[in-house]
Design a protein around this ligand. Structure first.
Ligand SMILES: CC(C)(COP(=O)(O)OP(=O)(O)OC[C@H]1O[C@@H](n2cnc3c(N)ncnc32)[C@H](O)[C@@H]1OP(=O)(O)O)[C@@H](O)C(=O)NCCC(=O)NCCS
Length: 419
């Protein structure tokens, strides 16, 4: 019995050669599958709801379309971690905590200075988190309050690491955080060393809100799964960062930018896309495992992309992204007989590029936003805030390998094995 018709299991051969060239039976069932857990509900959550049919995304009961108008990344982080919007005093205190936790231990800068300059920023970020763990005075305090404090530290410090690595690899000194700036504005400041204009900082703030949370996506699930073993928050976050780095998850935004550069001109979009799809290749930033209509984040990012184009006085990247979107929709429908839509990574690539963020920093920028959602989920998992009790994730698999019966195959000593 399989849960998803689109993942029809493939038949397997009934046996395989053993080391002696003999033929061994396979254990039943004789079908392989990897359903990617599609459609399997592994837990309940109070944190967010993705309506893939209507194209709605809700954080703790609130529509992201309202949050991007009325809220800030700081407020949304509070919301995700607390299940309610903060009162004025609560927000003030949360913001001051975030500001006071922006500095990282000098050891982190020291480690980065020893890293090869070619190291990928996602690998550097992933490697820096355990150093932060070693300095956390509450590392082994597993109370909810302590986990909340640890979450604040991670939300506050990750932007510093991402910005500092970009500077260190370019032979520059890191820029220390500025207490007067917002979370978003301070990241752009630490990256470039100059103050961002207010409108760009606010647009970046909206990007952070949009990337902060998305239910049981691959990286969040990775983080929750590790947390279910009672590993600490930092270890769970390392797992989430690793999962985000893959090109069909958070890595897609950098790949979109590479594609934009490769296509180069609006008038090449149609032929490039059609050739790509004909060859069975993917158009990065298009399609989604859950949304069957436009990803609401893509709609908002399209608007930001157009605004950024006006602000920079160069509409090239916006027009090119739009042309690839149109070409992909047309070609995909012709080829597969169904629709495809842009996801969160499609327009964020050109937005970040126009904000002068280096292409290989796009995925770490995703991480400095998603950290709020990850932390909220890890806390929810640890304290069973949406379930009767915490549970260790331990899925099952059918064994389809070499099989000689319930007692297993005889062990063949090395000298008796044929080559
Ligand atoms: C995200 C993604 C993995 C979802 O894949 P999925 O759940 O298999 O999506 P679907 O079931 O709708 O895919 C149906 C078909 O469309 C194809 N397809 C989906 N997205 C595609 C894309 N961007 N380009 C080309 N083909 C695509 C699939 O390969 C599949 O083809 P098949 O039926 O021949 O096997 C997929 O859309 C993708 O790889 N997109 C590009 C990477 C990306 O942007 N990732 C970030 C996601 S937020």
């Amino acid at each position: 019995m399989y849960l998803n018709n689109s993942n029809v299991p493939r038949r397997m051969f009934r046996g395989s050669k053993d080391s002696q060239g003999g033929f061994k039976k396979m254990k039943e069932p004789l079908e392989t599958k990897n359903i990617g857990l599609r459609g399997v509900k592994v837990a309940d959550t109070r944190i967010s709801d993705v309506d893939g049919e209507k194209g709605n995304l809700i954080y703790r009961g609130l529509n992201i379309c309202d949050l991007v108008v009325h809220s800030t990344f700081e407020e949304v982080s509070f919301l995700l971690l607390n299940d309610h919007l903060p009162k004025a005093e609560e927000l003030k205190s949360f913001q001051s905590k975030l500001i006071s936790e922006r500095e990282v231990p000098d050891t982190v800068y020291g480690f980065m200075k020893m890293m090869p300059k070619s190291a990928h920023p996602m690998d550097v970020l992933e490697a820096a988190v355990p150093i932060l763990a070693a300095y956390d005075p509450q590392l082994h305090d597993e109370s909810r309050d302590a986990n909340f404090e640890k979450a604040i530290r991670l939300i506050a410090k990750l932007p510093n690491i991402v910005a500092a690595w970009d500077r260190i690899r370019k032979g520059k000194e890191p820029v220390r955080p500025n207490r007067e700036l917002t979370h978003a504005g301070n990241f752009l400041f630490m990256l470039s060393g100059s103050f961002p204009d207010h409108a760009t900082a606010r647009d970046f703030d909206i990007c952070l809100i949009l990337h902060a949370e998305h239910s049981f996506n691959a990286s969040t699930f990775a983080g929750r799964e590790v947390a279910s073993t009672h590993a600490h928050l930092y270890a769970s976050i390392v797992a989430a960062i690793g999962a985000l780095s893959g090109e069909i998850h958070g890595g897609a935004n950098s790949e979109v930018m590479k594609m934009l550069v490769e296509v180069g001109e609006v008038n090449r979009a149609k032929s490039w896309v059609s050739e790509r799809l004909q060859k069975g290749g993917k158009v990065m930033g298009m399609g989604h495992a859950v949304y069957h209509t436009e990803d609401p984040r893509a709609s908002i990012l399209r608007g930001i992309c157009s605004r950024m184009a006006d602000r920079t006085g160069d509409r090239k990247w916006f027009e090119l992204t739009k042309a690839i979107e149109t070409a992909t929709k047309e070609a995909f429908t012709k080829l597969k007989g169904k629709e495809i839509f842009p996801n969160v990574d499609f327009y964020s690539a050109s937005v970040y590029h126009m904000m002068e963020i280096p292409t290989d920093l796009f995925t770490p920028v995703f991480a400095i936003s998603r950290i709020s959602g990850w932390a909220a989920h890890i806390i929810e998992e640890k304290f069973a805030e949406a379930q009767p009790k915490p549970e260790l994730y331990r899925p099952d698999a059918d064994y389809v390998g070499t099989y000689c019966g319930p007692e297993a195959c005889p062990y063949v000593p090395i000298e008796e094995r044929s080559k």
